[in-house]
Design a protein around this ligand. Structure first.
Ligand code: GCW
Length: 677
């Protein structure tokens, strides 16, 4: 692929000779693909491009049996066995898993299926591109079968909460003619093991289901299939009515028939369609509650239509109502468990409940959604947001995996037993057949895909963590840096430092102690607007007045939210003494003078954190400036521009938030930085 920026971290940039002069570069590639559109065929091409790019060596690709010595052999385990006979040590592979061996006279890359072999090829090329020639032989298996992307693309080509330009899939109500970008996107996704993508917004439009657009979906699927990425779509629950039926009641036979026929028509164009994503009875979207049917009845309507084709329904748990703030016990955070816990066991087996990481909405810090602990007979997936909706919208550097890990690694202690979220979504903890993750990416036509170069680390790391969530965010980051910017250690160290410090810094200069992000929640979700949290029905309240702040979510005296966790976790959050400082104001309503475990008061922590967070953001710019000349001018300038902006905007944040709480509380800053003195 030409290096026009679109290849992101799959660049195959040339390695300096000194890095590889001891490496015996394979002399040919043997790709045991079954067809020319199969991922193994693609893998053969990638290996060829990769060896050419990285080492400058031209290598041929053979597709038939030929001597394997000194070559790279790629295919499924089954094909390999047919052609070369049984493997010495048959690797234990689950679906999408691969075997990679660089020991011995041939490099073996063998997948449990064709897409898995492609994953193995990308892993091998990633090693080479990083100058890693170690002798390895291992099986790599994904932690969970569902490793999907969600795109919030609208049919008119706009993208809800997208910061990287217009849709690569849609414009003017239909599917775009040229789908080259869809193929290039699939390439990036496959390089990190992502196997599915929902191409349109969860706030869906039924016009996607007209005849022309169904044919268009077939073209999108064709464009992504060579990379093993299956497509799925979001549905508008009321579609039958928009196409002329008098009802969209999920139990009405005519509605069932309508969805059965639509599903059949879709599978005619997209025989390997992954499934449906459904946002129902949420934020004005239609759903089964209109007809007094349960959310499970709504989900199962689609599950039954998809079942004959092996498709699955991702049913979103993001269901809540507007609330009245004058009710001390009202709490939007309670909604998901209130709606879904009673339905545990009522969803068909091919339904997966897709749960945002926290109980509210992608805030800078939230406790783990307690719904993960409350569904034992239902498959679940975690929903993460790669697009930085509340986290600076790609204008701020925020490396998100450390935030995601606070949830993925959280132990919910169901039945007083280890119940780590990553082991729940893998299906392991409750013995579920399905599970995994969905990442809202919202890439667009921008040449950086997401809107900024540094934010690509979030997309890369999302895929790596979906594959294996126990991995370390910093080592994933460093792979990304080497693949994106090369092997210079100054570059590696500077970008590592600023990225690893970026989420803590953003939390420091935005919302602290679990109060939520304090960004504008009414319109833009951008920039400081602490007053927008309260006085409306959205339920993202801080309950701040001139003496006190925080939501009392205890069972004893508050909304009862802490009681939605299993006992060990519930008692930790119920008691102010055992609640971690970083979630204090999520769970408790306290005086500004309340002392934290750290010894600071709440208000002084707000002041200090904001000054230190904004100071840290200034250092990102300085660190970057040390890299001048070590990075090509185009990318150097793009990042410089954004980090300069972030350094300034972090000060806007600092001053807006500290002044707001200084005015409200009247409590001076001990260091005399805030307000008039
Ligand atoms: O956070 C909110 C976003 C909406 C989004 C919604 C959801 C797609 O602001 O833009 O709608 O969440 O996740 O459904």
């Amino acid at each position: 692929a030409a290096d026009n920026g679109l290849s992101a971290w799959v660049r195959y940039a040339p390695l300096a000779n000194s890095h590889h002069f001891h490496y015996a570069i394979p002399s040919k590639i043997v790709a045991l693909n079954t067809t020319e559109t199969s991922p193994v065929y693609t893998a053969g091409q990638e290996l060829q491009d990769g060896l050419q790019g990285i080492f400058g060596k031209q290598v041929t690709v053979e597709h038939a049996k030929c001597p394997a010595a000194s070559s790279v052999v790629i295919g499924t385990v089954d094909e390999y066995t047919k052609v070369y006979g049984k493997l010495q040590n048959s690797p234990e592979l689950v679906e999408d898993g691969f075997w990679l061996s660089t020991k011995g006279s041939e490099v073996q890359i063998l997948g449990q299926n064709e897409r898995a072999a492609l994953y193995g090829a990308f892993e091998y090329l990633s090693m080479l591109a990083q100058g890693n020639f170690s002798q390895v032989a291992y099986a790599s298996n994904p932690s969970a079968p569902i490793r999907w992307i969600n795109q919030w693309d609208n049919m008119d080509g706009s993208i809800e909460r997208g910061y990287g330009g217009q849709s690569i899939f849609f414009s003017n109500g239909t599917i775009v003619q040229n789908l080259t970008r869809a193929t290039e996107y699939a390439r990036l996704l496959a390089s990190v093991g992502i196997n599915g993508i929902i191409v349109n917004n969860v706030n869906a439009n039924s016009s996607l289901l007209n005849e022309t657009n169904i044919i268009g979906l077939g073209r999108i699927a064709d464009a992504m299939r060579p990379y093993g990425v299956r497509i799925g779509i979001s549905l508008d629950f009321a579609s039958p009515m928009e196409y002329g039926l008098p009802t969209f009641d999920p139990l009405d036979p005519s509605v069932i028939e309508w969805w059965t026929n639509k599903t059949e028509a879709l599978y005619q164009q997209v025989p390997d369609m992954a499934g449906y994503l459904v946002k129902a009875d949420s934020e004005g979207q239609p759903g089964p509650l209109t007809y007094n049917r349960t959310l499970a009845q709504g989900g199962n309507l689609f599950a039954k239509a998809l079942q004959p084709y092996g498709g699955i329904v991702m049913f979103r748990a993001f269901v809540y109502n507007q609330l009245n703030e004058s009710d001390w016990r009202a709490d939007r955070a309670n909604a998901a468990v209130d709606f879904f816990k009673p339905l545990d066991g009522e969803f068909d087996d091919n339904v997966v409940v897709q749960i945002k990481y926290g109980p509210i909405d992608f805030q800078v810090r939230e406790p783990t959604s307690p719904l993960f602990a409350n569904l034992h007979k239902t498959s679940t997936a975690i929903e993460l947001e790669i697009t930085q909706e509340y986290l600076g919208q790609q204008c701020h550097l925020v490396y998100l995996p450390p935030l995601w890990k606070t949830v993925l690694d959280f132990d919910l202690r169901v039945d007083n037993k280890s119940s780590i979220v990553r082991n729940i979504i893998s299906g392991q903890r409750f013995n579920r057949p399905l599970g995994g993750s969905a990442g809202v990416a919202n890439v667009g036509t921008n040449t950086t895909w997401l809107g900024s170069i540094l934010s690509q680390s979030n997309l890369y790391a999302y895929g790596r963590l979906a594959w294996q969530p126990a991995q370390d965010p910093e080592s994933i980051l460093q792979d990304w840096i080497r693949l994106t910017f090369g092997l210079d250690t100054n570059v590696l160290n500077a970008i590592t430092q600023m990225s690893m410090e970026s989420w803590p810094a953003y939390e420091n200069y935005s919302g602290n102690l679990g109060i939520q992000t304090l960004t504008d929640i009414l319109y833009t979700h951008y920039g400081p607007n602490p007053q927008s949290q309260d006085g409306n029905g959205w339920g993202q309240w801080t309950r701040a007045d001139h003496l006190t702040i925080g939501m009392d979510r205890t069972v004893t005296n508050g909304t009862g939210f802490s009681g939605q966790y299993p006992p060990e976790v519930a008692s930790m959050y119920e008691d102010i003494a055992t609640t971690p400082d970083n979630l204090l104001l999520w769970f408790h309503h306290v005086n500004y003078t309340h002392p934290l475990h750290s010894g600071e008061t709440v208000i002084q922590h707000f002041y200090n954190a904001h000054y230190s967070g904004a100071l840290t953001a200034q250092t990102f710019l300085q660190l970057w400036q040390t890299l001048k000349g070590k990075i090509d001018p185009e990318r150097y300038e793009e990042v410089l521009f954004r980090l300069t902006y972030q350094a300034g905007h972090s000060i806007v944040w600092r001053d807006a938030i500290t002044n707001f709480y200084n005015n409200l509380s009247g409590i001076p800053d001990e260091a005399q930085r805030v307000g008039h003195h």
